[in-house]
Write a protein that binds this ligand. Structure first.
Ligand code: ADP
Length: 426
């Protein structure tokens, strides 16, 4: 029953953070409704003034607004409403019952409430709501010095049992403290568990890709060899048949390349050897490796003295090589490739841009190109298998950064990426 009530408004697909807040708002509202009901029954047995009974009668229905708002998925409004109502109820109870009931001390654990409710937001709401709590506490102390309680409880009633009332109020205060601390601890534990599961799943997935691609290449090679046998057996093969054979052969080769790419993709996140990497050396090595195509297409490079960054040297080389190769490949017919590399140092990361004067990418397609095997052109236009940029994205993720593109058709593309300065994700 309690489990069902705390889950009012929770639905599949809701993120862990919101679920936690929905639980918190529902639990606290239900706790307050329960406490108000018990107090109400308590007032029935004593000769308590009618105003107190009416006030307690209203707390339940007013607080049930919170689970109702959660039910209709107005989570944000429910959180703000709960903080406001909590302040209102604590203040009215304190003003009504007077100093001797110590109800104002419930404002102390209340101070933690905005921090839990708005933990994913920057400062302002947390500070405003907590500040209200402190101001009300100060106001109440002043109020008690200047005004009598709104209702005077009968001498034979709860007031006579001051010690018990004190224990009750301080019990509530400690309970709420404990509740907030526990809530945060269990959330952190849940997050840690989720992260561990994610690491395991990631490992499984990489292993699966590795096994799959490893096993797939075997039958492919066998098929390719048998195709050669068949070709030799058919002595008087027609021209048409030759074209078909070549076509099958090309497709097999293409598939083999794709499988090999999958295999190297799954190996990407394995052995990291992060060290200070001089990007000028990286660029010189790439230029040597690409010297033929650079000479053939008369590629012009333009970059200032590059920094040394903390990175995995082999992966960083792969990244720059892919981007430079694409900048050379995706060019207009007979155009002179002009490649510029800029960089900027930010407090936490390095930001690089590889600019080309190539064919550019339509805006609609710009988000697609970082996915595996996505190509925007036919093989007859530009060869490739659509893995280069997904490699780049993975490499950047390993370095705790981001990659994105700005491009205009026929004008060129700017591939931006950032690389974290410290503590890369390992
Ligand atoms: P591939 O080059 O093997 O096709 P990529 O993943 O490197 O695979 O690129 C995906 C697609 O993004 C390419 O098919 C191409 O259409 C587009 N693309 C990549 N780099 C550029 C570039 N510098 N200029 C224009 N288009 C590009």
């Amino acid at each position: 029953m309690l489990f069902t009530l705390q889950n009012i408004g929770v639905h599949e697909g809701l993120d862990a953070m919101t679920v936690k807040k929905v639980h918190l708002a529902n639990n606290l509202s239900l706790m307050c409704i329960g406490a108000a009901s018990i107090l109400f029954i308590f007032t029935l047995t004593y000769n308590v003034p009618l105003e107190a009974k009416v006030f307690l009668c209203f707390i339940g229905p007013v607080l049930s607004i919170i689970p109702t708002l959660n039910y209709f998925r107005y989570y944000r409004i429910a959180q703000i409403a709960f903080c406001c109502l909590a302040l209102l109820i604590i203040t009215s109870m304190s003003v009504t019952l007077g100093k001797s009931f110590h109800f104002q001390y419930v404002l102390l654990p209340y101070l933690g409430l905005p921090f839990v409710m708005f933990e994913d937001e920057i400062g302002i709401k947390k500070i405003i709501f907590s500040l209200f709590g402190i101001l009300l506490f100060i106001y109440l102390e002043w109020h008690f010095c200047n005004f009598d309680p709104l209702i005077t409880l009968p001498e034979d009633g709860p007031k006579a049992n001051q010690f018990l009332t004190d224990i009750l109020i301080f019990g509530i205060v400690f309970l709420l403290f404990f509740f907030f601390i526990n809530e945060n601890k269990s959330y952190i534990k849940k997050l840690q568990r989720k992260q561990e599961q994610l690491v395991d799943k990631n490992y499984e997935l990489e292993h699966f890709t590795y096994i799959c691609s490893h096993n797939l290449s075997e039958p492919l090679r066998t098929a390719s060899s048998f195709l050669e046998f068949v070709k030799k057996e058919i002595k008087d093969s027609s021209k048409k048949l030759d074209i078909y054979f070549n076509y099958i052969h090309e497709e097999i080769e293409r598939m083999d390349q794709m499988i090999l790419s999958l295999l190297s993709f799954s190996k990407l996140s394995k052995a990291f050897d992060f060290k200070v990497t001089d990007l000028n050396t990286t660029l010189s090595d790439i230029k040597i490796e690409l010297k033929e195509v650079i000479a053939e297409k008369n590629v012009v490079f333009n970059y200032e003295y590059l920094p040394s960054i903390y990175a995995e040297p082999q992966l960083i080389k792969k990244l720059f090589k892919h981007l430079i190769s694409n900048a050379i490949k995706y060019q207009k017919q007979d155009a002179l490739p002009f490649i510029t590399i800029h960089f900027k140092e930010n407090p936490n990361n390095w930001e690089f841009v590889v600019v080309d004067n190539g064919i550019g990418i339509k805006e609609d397609n710009q988000h697609k190109i970082f996915s595996m095997f996505t190509r925007l052109h036919l093989d007859s236009e530009y060869d490739g298998i659509g893995v280069g940029l997904s490699f780049c994205k993975k490499i950047i993720e390993i370095h705790g950064g981001q990659i994105w593109v700005e491009s205009k058709v026929n004008e060129g593309s700017k591939f931006h990426f950032s690389i974290k300065k410290h503590l890369p994700v390992q």
